[in-house]
Design a protein. Structure first.
Length: 352
């Protein structure tokens, strides 16, 4: 029995996701009721009163500018590129050194699919201790339980998932330290990876007769366009949180690659012969496990084709970043930016 298998057996893993997180809930019922009891103030301010431009930037201190050179010495000229900025919090779950294997693996996986990762910046920062625990998202109770098994994307649209004003203010304060890029790439066009101890998800569980609101911790949360669409401010739509020290039996070096996949392939957990699901295993990057494959063609649910159409990608022309396209509908699964690279019906009836 492998270590991972042993851990799974021992911990009674419950894997619950909205398809956009790596979520592992050992033992427990890490789920809470739908109260807002876990909501904390944002650095001493009442979270419910925070405006979008809350001015929390002053509560962020840049402790160190970290060395990014080792990650950018192999950029392929002319190749579609995605920029990623890192914010390593002082009291957070990971060090910059501990993230290195995740970054090099993500660079290799995407490079094999024709996309370069450029690390634009990495900052070690200090933030108020209370920020290490984010709020669960705000979600709306859905009305059609059949979507859970027949069309996860329709289900997610019903949830109308959105970040709280407190989370929004925290993300905006941290990403305000994103340095100006000579290429013209802005914070809006960049993926921002922030390490924080707790980034819970919220969802509705259907027990066959009624919905119940649940929350659960995550190892990584990607805030993907297909789930948030234009309900997340453009300036922070690129945020990904990493908390994965809490998931010792997950293949940790793949977490970043998988979360980036949610963001720029813009699909849930799905793969060859696997319908979008809350949780599903398989050999592809967008399934649970340790897979790296980004499949193409309709059989591969157009993952590679969707990746190459991501509005986060640009190519340099005379040193200036030229972005290929914009989402037409906030980046929902069926966004027009993907043309025909949409699988429909999402899930054949026989797989329900
Ligand atoms: Zn995932």
């Amino acid at each position: 029995m492998s270590y991972k298998t042993g851990m799974r057996t021992m911990l009674t893993t419950i894997v619950l996701t909205f398809g956009f997180v790596l979520l592992l809930v050992p033992l427990l019922p890490a789920c809470n009721s739908g109260s807002s009891a876990g909501r904390q103030d944002a650095g001493g301010l009442d979270a419910t009163l925070l405006p979008a431009d809350s001015g929390l930037e002053s509560q962020v201190t840049v402790l160190e500018t970290l060395d990014i050179f080792p990650f950018n010495d192999d950029l392929a000229p002319g190749q579609p590129t995605v920029d990623i900025a890192f914010y390593i919090t002082e009291l957070g779950p990971l060090t910059w050194a501990e993230l290195a294997s995740n970054i090099t693996r993500a660079k290799r996986i995407l490079s094999e699919a024709g996309v370069s990762i450029r690390v634009t910046s990495a900052l070690r920062i200090s933030v108020p201790a209370s920020w290490q625990s984010l709020d669960p998202d705000e979600v709306t109770m859905p009305t059609t339980p059949e979507f859970v098994t027949s069309d996860l994307y329709a289900h997610l649209n019903e949830l109308q998932t959105r970040v709280t004003l407190r989370n929004e203010a925290i993300f905006e304060a941290i990403t305000s330290y994103f340095p100006v890029q000579a290429s013209g790439v802005t914070a809006e066009n960049t993926i921002h990876v922030i390490t924080l101890n707790e980034a819970p998800i919220a969802y509705y569980d259907w027990d066959g007769s009624e919905w119940s609101y649940q929350t659960a911790p995550t190892g990584g949360l990607s805030f993907p366009p297909y789930a948030y669409a234009d309900r997340i401010p453009a300036g922070i739509r690129g945020v990904i949180t990493l908390s994965f020290q809490q998931a010792p039996f997950f293949p940790e070096t793949r977490v970043l690659s998988h979360e980036i996949g949610h963001k720029i392939i813009n699909v849930s957990h799905e793969g060859v012969g696997v319908c979008p699901a809350f949780a599903a295993n398989g050999p592809e990057l967008m399934l649970y496990g340790d897979g790296e494959n980004i499949p193409s063609t309709e059989a591969g649910r157009w993952h590679r084709e969707r990746l190459l159409l991501s509005p986060f990608l640009y190519t340099l022309e005379q040193g200036v970043a030229m972005f290929q396209d914009r989402y037409q509908n906030g980046g929902v699964y069926r966004d027009e930016v993907y043309g025909n690279y949409i699988v429909s019906p999402i899930c054949p009836p026989e797989t329900k």
